[in-house]
Design a protein around this ligand. Structure first.
Ligand code: GLN
Length: 496
């Protein structure tokens, strides 16, 4: 048996029965990553000694009959956007290349309480801005299904690390699709929880009203288990909601009575690849065959999603990223001499900030800061930012109306399968369009799930997206399970 090709649920059964040890499991995954990640570059940082020491400690506790956590001894990787005390947390940026946070994010603390074994930090687009992981300052991640192609982004390292079996679980973040889109393109399962379901404390902020942390896994049982471990109220995050966390895993196989599935008309328009469409249409037939009622629904304001998102997200990013100025956080430039005649009169402090930001941030981050600063600037805010907030409300209203008629919405996660490295790098707008079906979810704050639903003729994964009403993660997972039970796409693995 290959210990490094399992699911967390299966590993836990074997760990609890004593037939395997966490040390052996952790060792197997670490060895696999050591052997194969050179081609993929999903992990920015690994910590083999500490991981093995932690696994041994959990084995000892288990053997002694002492209590252990929900994920005791299961390896997991973490997107490098979550603060890990004493370990590098770079956000894929030169700006934070040498940053080691003095505290753990709440999600990290919860994983430690669950006794999960953190094997490393995953690559990402710089500050989570991107859809391909090519915006990482430390080089791109490659898709394990085709090394010429991107894994999606911004949590591309997490998706690739699960697809390649470097750990059965990973944690990502999703501001406009960054969990679901890479999950879809890498043939794994990814869930963006409802805004407020999971604490953002210690998640490095990109766009605070959109950011949410969530799980990556191979299947829905593992997704449910991991969501249970990380969800819940946190006094350190005023936007986290004080509501009990359901037993997602225990109810996963409880059938949903009279499931109503809404097919979103706007998600089947121009730009949708025919092979992706065919797989999603086939998935809809699977739901019909399983007894679900299928209904076409409309989300008429979807077409404004990308425009509204790139105002709200950039506006929030421009203020969130103002803290990286070389004084307290991150990179400080050594050479602060004026670069242009117009800078000659500036005080050294300002020159230091300008040079630090110029050196520390990559081109996409700079583009976002400039867009966001413009959208918020006096005289323009009403035209741009405030207008975008109104559109945001209309988008949420569309979803609210839809969830009066159906339990879940269905469509493709992305318009195409994984594209080639470099294919969209010179055309930011075409890159932005790869989030066309995921981005409104964040504007509305609702939960979204991507599950594998097919492969293209050339063997690239296709993702099926399910959207649910606020805090209906349990419905979403159980609805996803209907498809998983009827198909075997979630068991497919890339040949590496
Ligand atoms: N791709 C989108 C962006 O570039 C979403 C990123 C994300 O969800 N973090 O902003």
């Amino acid at each position: 048996m290959d210990l490094a090709r399992e699911t967390a649920v299966s590993l836990l059964a074997q760990l609890n029965s004593g037939s395997i040890t966490s040390e052996a499991v952790t060792q197997a995954y670490l060895e696999r990553a050591e052997r194969l990640d050179g081609q993929i570059h999903s992990l920015l940082y690994r910590n083999p000694e500490a991981s093995i020491a932690q696994a041994r400690e959990i084995d000892a506790r288990r053997k002694a009959g002492q209590p252990v956590g929900k994920l005791a001894g299961v390896p997991i990787s973490i997107k490098d956007v979550l603060c890990t005390k004493g370990l590098p947390t770079t956000c894929g940026s030169r700006m934070l290349e040498n940053f080691r946070p003095p505290y753990d994010a709440t999600v990290i603390r919860k994983l430690a309480e669950a006794d999960a074994v953190i094997i490393g930090k995953t690559n990402m687009d710089e500050f989570a801005m991107g859809s391909s992981t090519e915006n990482s300052a430390f080089g791109p991640t490659r898709n394990p299904w085709d090394l010429e192609r991107i894994p999606g982004g911004s949590s591309g390292g997490s998706a690739a690390a699960v697809a390649a079996d470097f750990a059965p679980l990973s944690i990502g973040s999703d501001t406009g699709g960054s969990i679901r889109q890479p999950a879809g393109l890498c043939g794994v399962t990814g869930l963006k929880p409802t805004y407020g379901r999971v604490s953002r404390y210690g998640l490095v902020a990109f766009a605070s009203s959109l950011d949410q942390v969530g799980p990556f896994a191979h299947d829905l049982a593992d997704t449910a288990l991991l969501l249970e471990a990380i969800a819940g109220h946190d006094p350190h995050d005023a936007t986290s909601v004080n509501a009990p966390v359901p037993n997602y895993l225990a109810t996963l196989d409880t059938p949903l009575a009279n499931l109503r599935v809404g097919v979103v008309r706007e998600y089947f328009g121009e730009g949708l690849d025919p092979e992706v469409e065919a797989s999603v249409r086939e998935a809809i037939r699977v739901y019909e065959a399983a007894g679900a009622t299928i209904k076409e629904v409309s989300l008429p304001h979807s077409k404004y999603g990308i425009a509204a998102y790139y105002l709200v997200a950039t506006a929030e990013a421009s203020s969130n990223l103002a803290r990286y100025d070389g004084t307290i956080f991150g990179h400080r430039a050594a050479d602060i001499s004026p670069k242009y005649p117009s800078e000659k009169e500036l005080p050294p402090l300002i020159l230091m900030m300008m040079a630090s930001r110029a050196e520390g941030f990559g081109p996409e981050v700079k583009r976002r800061i400039m867009l966001g600063t413009h959208a918020l600037s006096a005289g323009y805010a009403d035209q741009y930012y405030n207008q975008a907030l109104k559109v945001r409300r209309l988008i949420r209203n569309d979803f609210d109306a839809a969830f009066h008629e159906v339990d879940v919405l269905i469509g493709p996660t992305s318009p195409t399968a994984a594209f080639k490295l470099g294919e969209k790098s010179s055309d930011p707008l075409s890159m932005y369009l790869s989030d066309i079906y995921t981005i409104t979810t964040n504007l509305a704050g609702i939960p979204g799930l991507s599950i594998p639903c097919g492969l293209t003729k050339t063997g690239l994964p296709i993702g099926l997206q399910l959207l649910g009403a606020p805090f209906a993660e349990d419905t979403l997972l159980r609805a996803g399970r209907v498809f998983e039970k009827a198909t075997d796409w979630h068991t497919k693995r890339p040949s590496l």
